[in-house]
Design a protein around this ligand. Sequence first.
Ligand code: NAD
Length: 278
Amino acid sequence: MGATKKVLLLGAAGRMGQAITRLLAAGAVPGLELAAAVDRPDAPLHGQDAGTAAGTRALGVRIAAELAAAFAALPDVAIDFSSPAVTAAAAPRLAAAGVAWVAGTTGLDAAQQAAVAKAAEKIPVVVAANMSLGVNLLFALVEQAARALKGRGYDCEIVERHHRRKKDAPSGTALYLGEAAAQGFGWNLKDVAVDGRTGIPGERPEKEIGFHAVRGGDIVGDHTVLFAADGECLELSHRATSRDTLALGALRAAAWLPGRPPALYGMRDVLGLNPGTP
Ligand code: NAD
């Protein structure tokens, strides 16, 4: 095995940041160590040891406010679960510093996505709305199902459920599931996506994919894709019961990414679900 890779964690005080810190401390993916942790200056855990702040052993890395200070630790790879604005602002700085980047933040607008894509001209970047193995398999299964059911009278709807603190809706995972279904049907998602329904929308045309976002409690993340026809309904579902499945995927990506050619990669590349991964 190669040398240990140093991880810069952006959004270290957040839910995902803490889950990743705990898994790093436990050595869940060998060959990675926490080298720097960043969160905003007014985050309640700011200045604390990242390990103890996440409820595990002290790691000797304080949660700092400045990306510049984090670069002094010479990280090999950044793991980012922060906010769209933070992610977009970090893009040129990570590219200039030559740090590989696992970008997990969701809800980016077109300009913010463009900033990430531009960084990927200089550094290898993994972008994934969902880092779990199960969900990435689900993407492939949904595309396959839509291809098989195309033109046979099956209506596709996507229902997602998340905790009450989630900021974006529908979830990035739901949108990506929509992309997978649209691809299977041979449609362009933006032409067929409908965000919930209210009032009197009228009869449903076949060429439509509906998104429905439920918010409540501490639900980690549930996604169901329905293919409903006259007489039957096929449902493909995934339920995350712990954030650890997402955090583990981010760590797998962080171990896989440094040293790859600059490009935008997905979890299908990391998990070996894509033929032809470099
Ligand atoms: P969270 O709100 O718990 O954590 C976000 C953290 O970013 C917070 O600690 C916040 O203080 C920090 N932050 C805000 N401004 C900052 C700044 N200027 N500099 C540094 N840090 C800053 O949210 P979360 O549940 O951990 O999710 C974070 C993001 O990751 C969201 O976009 C969420 O949708 C996404 N997410 C993606 C996946 C995936 O698998 N790709 C999984 C879960 C969550």
